[in-house]
Design a protein around this ligand. Structure first.
Ligand SMILES: [Zn+2]
Length: 133
C-alpha cells in the first residue's frame, strides 16, 4: 500500500511549518489561528514586507557615497596634487599615474580636482561622490 493513500489530508502551518489537518482552524503545534482568512492576510503582509525590503535595498545601493574622506582628499590635492596622490587615494590609479608623470596634468588637473573636491563633486574609482568630510 502506498503511504500517500493512508495519509490524512494535511497542510503546513504558515506560522510554525508543522503539518496540521487540512480542516484545522487552529494549529495544534503553535496555537495560531490558521483559517483561510488569516493565512491570506499573513501571506499578503509578508509579501508587502518583502517588497518594501527590496525597495529599501535598492535605495541603499543608489545612495552609496564614497567611504573616502573629502577632507583627506582636499589636503592631499593641496599638498601632493601635482603627484596625483589624491587620485591614488580614491582608487583612480590610471589617472593618478598620468598626474604623476605630467605634474598634476600640467597643474590644470590639480586646480580642477581641488575645486571639485571642495564642491563635493569629486568621485572615486567607482563613481561614488566624496561627500563625507
Ligand atoms: Zn503552527
Amino acid at each position: 500500500m502506498e503511504e500517500v493513500l493512508i495519509k490524512p489530508s494535511v497542510k503546513a502551518c504558515v506560522f510554525c511549518g508543522e503539518e496540521v489537518l487540512e480542516s484545522a482552524i487552529k494549529c495544534k503545534h503553535c496555537g495560531e489561528d490558521i483559517d483561510n482568512k488569516t493565512i491570506t492576510e499573513y501571506l499578503v503582509s509578508k509579501e508587502q514586507g518583502e517588497k518594501r525590503q527590496n525597495k529599501d535595498n535598492i535605495n541603499i545601493s543608489f545612495n552609496n557615497d564614497s567611504p573616502k574622506s573629502r577632507g583627506v582628499a582636499l589636503i592631499l590635492v593641496m599638498l601632493l596634487g601635482f603627484l596625483g596622490i589624491h587620485r591614488f587615494y580614491v582608487g583612480k590609479v590610471v589617472s593618478g599615474l598620468l598626474y604623476l608623470f605630467t605634474g598634476g596634468f600640467f597643474f590644470i588637473g590639480v586646480v580642477i580636482d581641488f575645486l571639485r573636491i571642495l564642491l563635493g563633486s569629486f568621485s572615486d574609482h567607482q563613481g561614488k561622490p566624496l561627500t563625507k568630510w
